[in-house]
Design a protein. Structure first.
Length: 287
């Protein structure tokens, strides 16, 4: 696992799970390790990283075996490492930074986009065009956001252990946010990623019912290589919403149903490629 955010999340979840499994109450932990309940609450809720000496003291109290102890210390060590997104922390919402960290640790990423192509698949020109529509965003901030998207994209392009699947509305293929040349470049980039085996792509055609997925703007489902971490959804509308874990039963089940239903309604991989190719050809004819 390469992500410090995912490592710290796994560490806190494993401590919580073990404490509850053994029936050890918070009062016992706080008094034995000589810290406040508020401190332990912050540790359990992944708001702070437990001190190494406190973690070691927990090993006996929570009866961790030698393998678990080694793994937990390794997770803590990884949690302390700086990540590339740390340099962008000023002016970026904490929940967005957490999303970036989880995305960086995910082994599979399944996304749906209704009108905008997903950030991980955007070319620089396409991203700049979209971000420039907001007059409240400075050029400096646009440059920063484009740079962040490029860094996120590197993992999809370069890491063979990451599986990325995109379910795209045909509207996202047709809608032109940038110049014709830039849009052709963007669609051509999608085809390159598919042909290179970097992503899987399905198009949800406009001439058929989108079903439940119509209620969703942008949706990302992430799964992780560790058995200790649940799947999570990240949903966006006008602005990002909070991360929804698999344990949040009703909202998670609804989003999972939406994504599954939309995927079922999408074109085959081959027909999706054909649709994008036809759109590129149409744009080239009209130049």
């Amino acid at each position: 696992m390469a992500s410090a955010v995912a490592a710290r999340w796994e560490l806190s979840r494993r401590l919580v799970h073990r404490r509850k499994r053994l029936g050890v109450d918070v009062k016992t932990i706080a008094s034995t390790l000589e810290f406040t309940r508020n401190y332990w609450s912050a540790v359990e809720n992944d708001r702070t990283l437990i001190a190494e000496d406190k973690l070691i003291a927990l090993f006996d109290l929570l009866e961790f075996n030698e393998t678990d102890r080694i793994e937990l210390l390794a997770l803590r060590g990884l949690s302390r490492q700086r990540s590339w997104w740390d340099q962008y922390s000023d002016g970026t919402e904490p929940e967005t930074l957490r999303f970036l960290g989880l995305e960086d640790g995910a082994s599979t990423i399944d996304t749906f986009a209704s009108l905008l192509l997903p950030a991980l698949l955007q070319t620089e020109a396409y991203a700049r065009a979209i971000l420039s529509f907001d007059p409240s965003v400075s050029q400096l901030k646009i440059d920063q956001m484009v740079e962040m998207r490029a860094k996120r994209q590197e993992r999809v392009v370069d890491d063979p252990d990451v599986r990325y699947t995109a379910l795209l509305s045909e509207a996202a293929i047709i809608q032109r946010w940038a110049s014709v040349d830039d849009h052709i470049e963007q669609l051509s980039f999608l085809l390159e990623l598919v042909h290179a085996g970097k992503i899987e792509m399905k198009i949800l055609p406009l001439d058929s019912s989108p079903g439940l997925i119509a209620a969703v703007s942008t949706l990302v489902l992430m799964t992780f290589p560790s058995e200790h971490l649940p799947n999570v959804f990240w949903q966006e509308s006008v602005r990002p919403l909070s991360i929804i874990e698999e344990g949040d039963h009703q909202p998670y089940r609804y989003l999972a149903t939406c994504l599954a239903d939309g995927t079922k309604r999408g074109l085959s991989a081959e027909d999706s490629l054909t649709l994008v190719s036809k759109q590129i050809a149409a744009l080239q004819r009209n130049e």
